[in-house]
Design a protein around this ligand. Structure first.
Ligand code: HSE
Length: 347
């Protein structure tokens, strides 16, 4: 931790859509954040190959911009590293090194957490540091923290979510404006919601990454990403949308998990949802999570699942928890390492 305990020193890796939002929130809400935590959160280092991305942002005085990851991971003057680079191998090694050096890490990297998250959780537990990831699922919707803390008393009976804004945007446009698939996808890319490789969005893998993380949070168990049944929206056409409409349904790409007799039934599928249901009314790039807990009963979360500022809201929320010293443990369970889930065969 910082020698000056009134300051939390932060290194940010990546100044793309989300990273630029983080710089903005830290700059624009600086005083407010101090009011919330009693400490100053100072961005000291930025790992970024293209420093021109800082143009127009409230850049803090003295910010060091570097293209050397070690200046963040190995720097004794940094308390927290934020990873917003995207990808799996290189951010995985980056986070591992930061954790190993005793730094707290905040990340939005759902692919990394879902496909290769266990060694990182193990390393964080071994070093006694936080690995926080509110921004990895459903952008600005505070579902990670809710599952770890506010809803922790519940056995989660079932959970369904619209977890990919790009797919929901495409389906909404196809339905409301008769837009064809390719045009709607191009619009989502222009608006900045789509992944660098948009097949992750439309083939369901992005939603699958998020569902694997939600399953960990809900049950404390690991549903291997490679075993999750996944079907995307690539093959949905106007004929499907028309039939669904005629019978009173919308088509949504839904991630679902249900616990039955100790086994989990889960998957990502295009799903017919009755028009009157709340999930059917989630349109455009919005995300939603609908869950049923055995004490709380039914809950519905709705909000922006992507985009610069909504996702930055989640990242900076994690930073505030670290600044306050109130960060929850990394999984929401005593065991910091999820055990293997009992999986109901998809058939
Ligand atoms: N490509 C993702 C989406 C971004 O469309 O939801 C947020 O994870």
């Amino acid at each position: 931790m910082s020698s000056n305990t009134n300051v939390l020193r932060v290194g940010l890796a990546g100044c793309g859509t989300v990273g630029s939002g983080v710089v903005r929130v830290l700059g624009e809400n600086k005083d407010w954040l101090r009011t919330r935590s009693g400490r100053e959160i100072v961005l000291t280092h930025l790992l970024e190959h293209s420093p021109q991305k800082l143009q127009g942002l409230p850049v803090p005085t003295g910010l060091i911009v570097t293209d050397d990851p070690a200046q963040l991971t190995d720097n004794p003057d940094i308390d927290v590293v934020i990873e917003l680079m995207g990808g799996i191998d290189s951010p995985g090694a980056f986070i591992m090194r930061a954790l190993d050096n005793g730094k707290h890490v905040v990340t939005a990297n759902k692919a990394l957490l879902a496909e290769a998250g266990l060694p990182l959780l193990e390393k964080a537990a071994e070093r006694g540091v936080s690995l926080l990831y509110e921004a990895s699922v459903a952008g600005g919707i505070p579902i990670v923290q809710a599952m770890k803390e506010s809803l922790a008393a519940n056995r989660i009976v079932s959970l369904s979510g619209i977890l990919n804004g790009t797919s929901n945007y495409i389906l909404s446009k196809m339905e409301a404006a008769g837009t064809d698939f390719a045009t709607a996808l191009a619009q989502a890319q222009e608006l900045g919601f789509a992944e660098a490789d948009p097949s992750l969005d439309i083939d369901g893998q992005d939603a699958a990454h998020k569902l694997v993380i939600l399953i960990r949070l809900a049950y404390g168990t690991e549903y291997p990403y490679t075993q999750l049944p996944v079907q995307g929206i690539r093959d949905i056409d106007q004929l499907d949308i028309g039939f669904a409409r005629e019978f009173g349904y919308h088509i949504k790409l839904l991630g679902t998990v249900r616990a039955e007799d100790g086994s989990l039934q889960a998957g990502i599928f295009p799903t017919l949802i009755r028009k009157s249901a709340l999930l059917a009314q989630v349109s455009g790039a919005f995300n939603a999570v609908w869950l049923h807990g055995n004490a709380v009963e039914s809950l519905f979360f709705h909000g922006k699942g992507a985009g610069s500022m909504p996702t930055a809201s989640a990242v900076v929320g994690d930073l505030l928890a670290l600044a306050r010293g109130t960060a929850p443990n990394n999984t929401g369970f005593v065991s910091q390492i999820p055990s293997a889930a009992r999986i109901m065969p998809p058939a």
